[in-house]
Write a protein that binds this ligand. Structure first.
Ligand code: BGC
Length: 351
């Protein structure tokens, strides 16, 4: 039936103001009653509500229900990350013979785009003409956080009727620049931050990972996961080997298969709730971060402390510090080229 009077639109609520611009909260819904809320502040996915195996609804991502939570110093809950996801060593890189200095906001390194990354800016938002999608645009000006070139970025979120959140990232520049965009959602499939994620099972389709130094910069080696705590080739509980990884998991996995083509790269599941998350991406890497720096200081809107390991990130990306690692897949976007990556987070209930 094509009855336009029944057409459901993306709803929009006022959510405050930042940088003199209006901030809104948009609600995407699908035919199964799944609900994802996204704000144009930082392009943050603030909640994703889905049923569990007993049909009880719960929010599977960490977030706040007020703008001010996101304006405070970051754990980057749900945010779009750019211009460069993860770290660049010493906040420096050389491109075409010129050295660029970036903001150093993580000790001596640059992290997630700097002091005011794409997670802290107000994006222009265009909802679709049905309830399913939101397109966000941002112009990152030449010199922002030290990066060269005006970078025009478009990110489109779509909630499909197959219970997938598709994220399509596009960008163009007028000067060569590193670009590495991702989304920083923290998942907790139990829907309750009183539970940590150590009893979630995870598989990652990666034979290798990029070991890091003490400041979490890759050493450059692509190391086999076999026989190490990083072996997630077959599903295992996150808690199984986490004690053998100092600090917890915060590592980039070198995904198998052809980068540039969409493929299934990870499956996360929680047997108590029956909820399952499958990640598909065109990217060559995946940062598995087990929420090691969450320390109980932040609280959810219902007053529960967000403790260590109460959420985990599966950030699809190019490898950290690629601008200083010529052997890693290139992250340099040149004028005339089109940056295009896609990631889909698909959820299901397994009974
Ligand atoms: C990084 C962590 C960092 C976290 C910020 C992750 O992507 O790999 O080291 O602490 O983001 O919340």
């Amino acid at each position: 039936m094509n009855d336009s009077t029944n057409l459901k639109l993306v709803s929009r609520a006022d959510w405050g103001e930042a940088d003199g611009k209006k901030v809104y909260l948009y609600t995407l819904t699908n035919k199964n009653g799944m609900v994802v809320t996204i704000t144009n502040y930082g392009g943050v996915v603030t909640s994703w509500t889905m049923p569990d195996k007993n049909n009880n609804k719960g929010n599977i991502v960490l977030g706040f229900n007020e703008l001010k939570g996101y304006q405070a110093p970051p754990p980057y809950f749900g945010a779009l990350i750019g211009r460069y996801g993860n770290r660049i060593a010493n906040g420096k890189f050389t491109l075409d013979g010129k050295e660029y200095k970036l903001a150093t906001n993580n000790d001596k390194n640059h992290l997630h785009g700097g002091n005011k990354g794409f997670d802290k800016v107000v994006w222009d938002a265009t909802p679709s003409t049905d309830s399913s999608a939101l397109t966000l645009n941002y112009l990152s000006k030449d010199g922002e956080e030290g990066y060269p070139g005006n970078l025009k970025v478009t990110v489109k979120y779509t909630l499909t009727d197959n219970d997938e959140l598709r994220i399509v990232y596009d960008a163009e520049t007028d000067k060569a620049t590193p670009v590495n965009l991702t989304n920083h959602s923290y998942f907790n499939l139990t829907g309750d931050v009183s539970n940590n994620i150590l009893n979630h099972s995870l598989s990652i389709d990666a034979d290798r990972y990029t070991p890091v130094d003490k400041t979490l910069i890759p050493t450059g080696e692509l190391k086999a996961v076999s026989g190490t705590p990083f072996d997630f080739k077959t599903s295992k509980l996150i808690g199984t080997d986490i004690g053998k990884v100092p600090g917890g998991y915060d590592h980039n996995f070198v995904l198998n298969g052809t980068s540039g083509s969409m493929r299934k790269v990870a499956v996360l599941s929680d047997s108590t709730s029956g909820r399952q998350l499958t990640v598909f991406t065109t990217e060559p890497g995946l940062q598995f971060y087990s929420g090691n720096f969450l320390d109980g200081k932040l609280q959810t809107s219902d007053g529960k402390s967000i403790n260590k390991h109460t959420g985990l990130c599966l950030e699809t990306q190019h490898f950290p510090d690629s601008p200083n690692k010529p052997a890693f897949p290139s992250t340099i976007l040149k004028p005339g080229e089109k940056y295009h990556t896609e990631t889909t987070y698909a959820v299901a209930v397994v009974k």
